[in-house]
Write a protein that binds this ligand. Structure first.
Ligand code: URQ
Ligand code: ZN
Ligand code: ZN
Length: 489
């Protein structure tokens, strides 16, 4: 690996601007940006003429080797982060998901062990799936000593990892004290459970039963509830995989009222609709079983508008792969189909093709929603998500004319079927660099096991949280009144 890499003659795009220029990397960091930079001796010079030079993508939602629904996701941290690099993504934020009663710190250490093989940088949200004083303590330890600044809450998956309101309220309060961000999978798990029974007993056992048991209203209710709980407790909240108008409306109302609410949309929910569940090929339909499910087409326009208007700030993949034999665990009962889809390699190309080429997003907005916004919200900006001097040299040279037809036969993801099979995307990475190391170039993966590094994410200042509640309590003085005598019984 040459000490210096000079990326010459491209169009540098950040979330704020676009400009022609050169970018010089020394070791792991960007050291200069400017016109006609000189190449230090021995430097590797990459001609980026006609291409865009972007901050590496940040995917804030992946599940590598996740134990889930009686099996384990087929993509491991090496194959998954390698596929990410082939798609222009240089950092993944994955999830530590403790089983109920499993100490959070223990689960965290387990996932750290699994991730040591990663080929690009990564970090972890930690899920709160149960509550007692030890969870309260572990959340403190994780923020103080392990650089975890976001805690995930599943409002669905009853009987597995679902949180009830008691856990939500306890955990949100704790996160608020710590200055950590609460993230939420917003679907009402009780309603899903009830509808699953009803649909199954109605004789619908195939993948088409999945969306019927998780209608948009089920997501809308939970989204609104999580946002209201966060409002009352005065803590910021981030909704993962916002997939429908019902949830987007809850986000939009709260943001218009000035509440600190963030929301993520998945690339697949922007371009794939619920007709996939009517596919007569059982396997193809089952490969689209994820939660929240794909929605009727009219929801897509609202999600694109949410992205363009800033009501949705980040894009992700929820990359959670299960191969056909695993999906067939639910052959007789859609409720047993492991929930999850692929996409970590395709997110940026899908968003460029359907977002930038259609004029829905500018190149700078593309950078914001595929990289910078996630870096800012999860507090690793400008080290990550920028082209600033001093930043980690996570850079992707984006060829706007490079065409790819997505196929499981040629992709780098460890799954036998892609939800994007057959989709042609124009605009793809030519070269991806992870901390100055070329990890993908001209169709060739050059990743190495274990070169990825864990990224500490410090908490935002606690002042940020719960201030509103403190203000309100400060305003309220106890009522001065004569307390009547209590008659003995
Ligand atoms: O819900 C999630 O985010 C995980 C369990 C992945 N599966 C899914 O269907 N989204
Ligand atoms: Zn989820
Ligand atoms: Zn997920």
């Amino acid at each position: 690996m040459s000490k210096h890499v000079l990326i010459r003659g491209g169009t540098l795009v950040t979330a704020d601007d676009e400009r022609r220029g050169d970018l010089l990397i020394e070791g792991e960091h960007i050291v200069a940006i400017g016109d006609s930079l000189a190449a230090p001796s021995g430097a590797r010079v990459i001609d980026a003429g006609g291409a865009y030079v972007l901050p590496g993508g940040i995917d804030p939602h992946t599940h590598m080797e996740l134990p889930f629904m009686g099996t384990v996701a087929s993509e491991d941290f090496f194959s998954g982060t390698s596929a990410a690099a082939a798609g222009g993504t240089t950092m993944c934020i994955d999830f530590v998901i403790p089983a109920p009663k499993e100490p959070l710190i223990e689960a965290y250490r387990k996932w750290r062990g699994w991730a040591e093989k990663a080929a690009c940088d990564y970090s972890f949200h930690v899920a709160v799936t149960w509550w007692d004083d030890t969870v309260h303590a572990d959340m403190g330890e994780l923020t103080r000593a392990h650089g975890v600044n976001s805690f995930k809450h599943f409002m669905a998956y009853k009987g597995a990892i679902m949180c009830d309101d008691e856990v939500l309220v306890s955990s949100f309060r704790r996160a608020g004290e710590l200055g950590a961000l609460c993230t939420v999978h917003a679907e009402n798990g009780e309603l899903v459970w009830a509808l699953q029974q009803q649909v199954f007993e109605a004789g619908i056992t195939g993948p088409e039963g999945h969306p019927l048991s998780r209608p948009p209203e089920v997501e809308g209710e939970a989204a609104n509830r999580a946002i209201r709980i966060a409002e009352v407790l005065g803590v910021p909240v981030y909704l993962v995989h916002t997939s429908c108008i019902d949830a987007l409306e809850a986000v939009t109302r709260a943001r218009l009222e000035g509440q600190r609410v963030f929301a993520e949309v998945l690339a697949q929910h922007l371009v794939i609709d619920d007709s996939v569940y009517r596919d007569r090929d059982w396997d193809r339909a089952a490969h689209h079983v994820m939660s929240p499910p794909f929605r009727p087409k009219h929801h897509q326009a609202a999600l694109w508008a949410g992205l363009a208007s800033g009501m949705l700030q980040t894009t992700a993949t929820d990359h959670c792969c299960f191969c056909t034999p695993q999906k067939r665990m639910g052959l007789a009962d859609f409720r047993k189909i492991p929930n999850g889809t692929n996409g970590v390699e395709d997110r940026m190309a899908v968003l460029w093709h359907h977002g930038v080429r259609t004029g829905r997003l500018t190149p700078s907005e593309f950078v914001a929603v595929t990289s910078s916004n996630a870096a800012k919200i999860f507090n690793v900006y400008p080290r990550k998500g920028s082209l600033a001097v001093g930043a980690d040299a996570d850079v992707v040279i984006w060829d706007p004319n490079k065409t790819r037809t997505i196929s499981a036969a040629t992709h780098h993801q460890n799954i036998d079927v892609s939800i994007y099979d057959g989709m042609e995307v124009i605009g793809n990475p030519a070269v991806t660099l992870s901390r100055g190391r070329v990890v993908y170039e001209d169709g060739q993966l050059k990743t190495e096991r274990g070169t990825g590094r864990y990224v500490d994410r410090p908490c935002h200042a606690p002042y940020w949280a719960a201030q509103k509640l403190r203000n309100r309590l400060a305003e309220v003085k106890p009522v001065e009144r004569a307390v009547p005598e209590r008659e003995e019984d």
